[in-house]
Design a binder for this molecule. Structure first.
Ligand SMILES: C[S@@+](CC[C@H](N)C(=O)[O-])C[C@H]1O[C@@H](n2cnc3c(N)ncnc32)[C@H](O)[C@@H]1O
Length: 264
């Protein structure tokens, strides 16, 4: 399937400005989750998306307050005790901690994020709550600092849409996974191609809209990286909050989906 130019950054988006905007927005998400954002956050969102309230009760509330994911995939992923998990764009750590509960003391979870405030918050909360099987690393999802074939499951929630090089993110996820390893993610995609007024708007990009790919292209990029998609579902319960974000969402069919894919 032909891929649109949106698979990589549109020519007119400045990657340096984009990284600065994304870091600034998610610094604020970590430090002041009570502020107003284009998107919803926190426990009410997590429960609506399908997170198990009992699992949420077992992790620090401050990690849930800064949860800025867009879907839920832990039911499809069915993590097993002892597995190794990599969380791409781990934010304040909610998904990493949910994964840590599932893989137990014999398992290991590694979160990766480029925003210092997110990583530091996640690491502090994990330490204070006594999670010994999770750690948070600085880095980019386009170049995760992990060995080939070392991970059982890669997870990612609301992050890949923010990347300026999505094919590389999927290729790297495939590289670090063991043969037969699983990729479980939730992300924002579109039904129609976004016009440059949206895709070149760094604020809308940082709000998880401007960088969203068309769904068919997203599926094609995932499969070209060496994955077989097993389950794909939409999350109509995910909503944007501000007028500008909602307007773009309605005009171009911006929506949340989650998927489970297996490395071939
Ligand atoms: C929408 S938040 C989601 C965080 C977390 N997954 C959650 O569900 O709350 C996006 C996160 O991805 C991180 N991020 C965005 N682009 C990244 C990249 N290219 N490399 C590493 N981290 C990135 C941001 O710093 C931010 O913490």
């Amino acid at each position: 399937m032909a891929m649109s130019a949106q698979a990589t950054t549109p020519a007119t988006v400045d990657r340096i400005e984009l990284e600065e905007r994304v870091k600034a927005m998610y610094h604020e998400v970590a430090e002041t989750p009570e502020h107003d954002f284009h998107f919803e956050m926190g426990r009410e969102l997590a429960e609506r998306l399908g997170y198990d309230p009992n699992a949420l009760d077992r992790i620090p509330a401050a990690a849930i307050d800064s949860f800025a994911g867009v879907g839920h995939f832990f039911d499809m992923l069915a993590l097993l005790p002892g597995e190794s998990v990599l969380d791409l764009g781990s934010g304040s750590g909610m998904d990493s901690l949910i994964a840590a509960l599932a893989v137990g003391a014999e398992g290991r979870v590694q979160g990766l994020d480029m925003t210092a405030a997110q990583r530091e918050k996640a690491a502090r909360l994990a330490r204070q709550a006594g999670f010994a099987n999770v750690e948070f690393h600085a880095g980019y999802i386009e170049s995760p600092p992990f060995a080939d074939g070392s991970i059982d499951a890669v997870i990612s929630n609301g992050v890949i849409n923010l990347s300026a090089d999505k094919p590389r993110v999927f290729a790297e996820a495939a590289r670090v996974l063991k043969p037969g390893g699983r990729l479980a993610l939730a992300d924002i995609v579109t039904e129609k191609a976004l016009p440059e007024s949206v895709s070149c708007n760094a604020t809308l990009w940082a709000a998880c809209i401007g960088g969203a790919m068309q769904q068919d292209d997203y599926v094609a990029v995932t499969e070209s990286a060496g994955f077989v998609i097993q389950t794909l579902r939409e999350h109509p319960e995910y909503r944007f909050l501000t007028d500008s974000a909602r307007g773009a969402s309605e005009s171009y069919g911006v929506k949340s989906l989650s998927l489970l894919a297996i490395k071939r």
